[in-house]
Design a binder for this molecule. Structure first.
Ligand code: ATP
Length: 259
């Protein structure tokens, strides 16, 4: 088993502690773990700290080693972080940008990488975008190419910060199913920041609920996402209903402190 352990991790910006002594005992491989929490609760900061992209105190243990103590180049072979902001609008074709992303991380032959890039574009349903320039793509198309760039690097730990934010309903569903499938097939650790609690309920395996830099609760989505937790973390009056197919769905009726 190569689960991930976050051990007493803290991150501060100046004198302000944004992640406060946070421990997560295991983030499982082959599963999609969602990081949920209100705006400003520290989700992006936590992902960046796990990728070693922002200074932190504490450990992130993987395969018996502290990832944060590893050299940047070693860590970059294992961990890929896809930021919230869309990929830079460089004048490079989407397909070329994938080859560059992959070539930066290993020396596989160009033919093999080309085959893998084609396959990933096909799985994402964007083969038609391969020859398009990044700076001519829409926001959602750029987001899909960003995901293709992340996946082609074959990380053992995939950290995705709001990868659905620019996607339509069809692509949100398709991408979540693909992320789940790739996570299972590659047996990797995927941690994904989401705001849509229903997507977390329906598509992901485990939830970490953050508030003010603290882990409030964690577990299987339909055990963690309860009216009590929704009130405590988001300040909303929520109900968990089950549809005719038995799937849970959150409905929000109002705000806890509404007058
Ligand atoms: N570079 C920075 N310098 C100073 N403060 C920062 C910086 N980045 C984030 N913060 C602050 O840290 C806190 C956590 O921010 P973070 O982006 O991690 O939250 P988040 O949970 O991802 O929020 P959102 O859901 O709105 O994206 C916020 O109060 C934010 O203002």
């Amino acid at each position: 088993m190569s689960d991930l352990l976050i051990d007493t991790l803290s991150v501060s910006y100046g004198r302000r502690k944004v992640i406060d002594n946070l421990t997560v005992e295991h983030i499982a491989e082959g599963k999609v773990t969602t990081l949920l929490g209100p705006n400003g609760s520290g989700k992006s900061t936590l992902l960046k700290a796990m990728a070693g992209l922002t200074p932190s105190v504490g450990k992130v243990m993987f395969e018996g080693k502290d990832l944060l103590a590893a050299h940047f180049s070693e860590r970059a072979k294992q961990v890929v972080y896809l930021p919230q902001s869309l990929p830079a609008s460089v004048h490079l074709r989407a397909f070329e940008s994938m080859l560059v992303a992959r070539k930066a991380s290993d020396n596989q032959s160009t033919e093999e990488v080309i085959d893998e890039a084609m396959e990933l574009l096909r799985k994402l349903g964007i083969e038609n975008l391969g020859m398009c320039y990044l700076d001519q793509l829409s926001g959602g198309q750029k987001q899909l190419v960003g995901l293709a760039q992340a996946l082609i690097r074959k990380p053992k730990i995939l950290l995705l910060d709001e990868p659905l934010s620019a996607l339509d309903l069809n692509h949100q569903f398709h991408v979540m199913e693909m992320i789940k499938q790739e996570t299972r097939e590659r047996n990797i650790i995927t941690v994904i920041v989401l705001h849509d609690i229903n997507i977390a309920l329906q598509h992901t395996d485990y939830v970490l609920m953050l508030k003010n830099g603290h882990l409030i609760t964690s577990g299987i989505p339909d055990q963690v996402i309860t009216p009590e937790v929704l009130a405590e973390v988001y300040g909303v009056k929520g109900r968990v209903e089950h549809c005719s197919q038995g799937k849970p769905h959150v409905m929000i009726d109002g705000l806890v402190n509404a007058h």
